[in-house]
Design a protein around this ligand. Sequence first.
Ligand SMILES: NC(=O)c1ccc[n+]([C@@H]2O[C@H](COP(=O)([O-])OP(=O)(O)OC[C@H]3O[C@@H](n4cnc5c(N)ncnc54)[C@H](O)[C@@H]3O)[C@@H](O)[C@H]2O)c1
Length: 255
Amino acid sequence: MAGRLQGKIALISGGATGMGGAASRLFAAEGAKVGIVDRNVEAGRAAVADIQNAGGTAVFSEADVAKSADVTRAVAEVNAALGAINVLFNHAGTIIIKPFLETSEEEWDWLMDVNVKSMFLMTKAVLPQMIAGGGGSIVCTSSISGIVSTPLEVAYSTTKGACQMFARAIAVDFRDKGIRCNAVCPGFVRTPHGLREVKELAALGIDTSDAALAASQGRICEPEEVARAALFLASDEASFINGTHLFVDNGFTAV
Ligand SMILES: NC(=O)c1ccc[n+]([C@@H]2O[C@H](COP(=O)([O-])OP(=O)(O)OC[C@H]3O[C@@H](n4cnc5c(N)ncnc54)[C@H](O)[C@@H]3O)[C@@H](O)[C@H]2O)c1
């Protein structure tokens, strides 16, 4: 049976670990040729090896996705190895947890660059080839933090709100070119990012106990559960879904 991404060439930023790592493996298992772009070389190469061992096709390109020259080179490397990209998962991102009044201008700029400018750079590099190929699908990782705020996360929440709006705005501008662009918005997920967030919030006095997590979203989310949502949005099954936000949070934001 053909996979749900058969014939697709997918680029996944932040595709080495966490939800991105789960998506790299799942997209490849569903037939996509996968280009992983990440700053974590060891984990990126390990993901490629896993995919190849399972019979799939993947390449890794090292990049800091906040840097224009890195993005240009990484996209060119994926193109040279796999061909023109028609699925883009803008997933790379990180977090700063600290009181707003202690947040420096440098930290603010850095987080905006990694979480938001990266989507601008990646999408700008990939869109022309999607358009030339007759269309494509873009999935951007936002968060529950795009619409609800956790204490000590002003900078982070601001970036994630921007990621949601970026997805909507691209959807409107490029609908007539056959491009779909959607956001996936996870709750707390068992990834290096998510586990660090829980630990750092707890150290600063915010209740992130199992009981608190159970009250807000039942349990911690597994990376594969978000990867499956991203797969749906990336695939042709979501052919009329454009500019939406898919919350993967077990009702966290429904309360
Ligand atoms: N884990 C959560 O609870 C949670 C919830 C909602 C949203 N998110 C979002 O998920 C993303 C974090 O990913 P994750 O939770 O799968 O965990 P993760 O930290 O394991 O994965 C992030 C990946 O992005 C890469 N990355 C980070 N900055 C980069 C950069 N500048 N250049 C290239 N690669 C970079 C990392 O190396 C890593 O492989 C962020 O966008 C975050 O906002 C996470």
